[in-house]
Ligand binder design. Structure first.
Ligand code: ZN
Length: 158
């Protein structure tokens, strides 16, 4: 990757390494689990890179655009919880078998996340676990999308 331009963080998600076959870091070419999509300011191209490279290559060289740094710090802090919840919701999806979509809503003045599992138009499961929204919920949703490509995931928080 070029040192001649700055980069903006476009997206970030996590896929367990065994399920992310084919995803390699475009900076160091290692297989990826923690994936950041960044866009070059000059060439306008997007690159998939690992969190490690983002940190050592982009942050150390001051190539990551300002607002993206805060977003990356939030994503990094959220990673353990995103990993756990990705596994947790994936287990429920596996058990229910016929999930076609899932919604997330932060309710009761931001105290927890309500999740609904749908099969078509019908709600087939409501997870009653009170998960606190103290992490990057978009990163979780993008991780679920990357892992379950036939299911739609939506944050419906108003
Ligand atoms: Zn890398």
């Amino acid at each position: 990757m070029s040192l001649e331009q700055t980069y903006t963080l476009m997206d970030k998600f996590y896929i367990p390494i065994l399920e992310s076959l084919g995803h390699c870091c475009q900076n160091c070419f290692k297989p990826l689990a923690n994936i950041a999509i960044v866009k070059g300011e000059k060439d306008n191209k997007t690159y998939s890179i690992g969190f490690d490279c983002l940190e050592t290559f982009l942050l150390n060289n001051a190539l990551l655009e300002g607002k993206s740094i805060a977003e990356f710090e939030k994503a990094k802090k959220s990673l353990p919880k995103v990993k756990n919840l990705l596994h947790y919701y994936s287990e429920q999806i596996k058990q229910l078998q016929r999930v076609s979509s899932m919604t997330f809503e932060i309710i009761s003045s931001g105290r927890w996340i309500e999740t609904y599992f749908y099969s078509g138009e019908k709600i087939i499961w409501n997870d009653s676990e009170k998960i606190k929204p103290d992490f990057d919920i978009e990163m979780l949703i993008h991780s679920l999308r990357a892992k379950h490509q036939t299911i739609s995931f939506q944050n419906i928080t108003k």
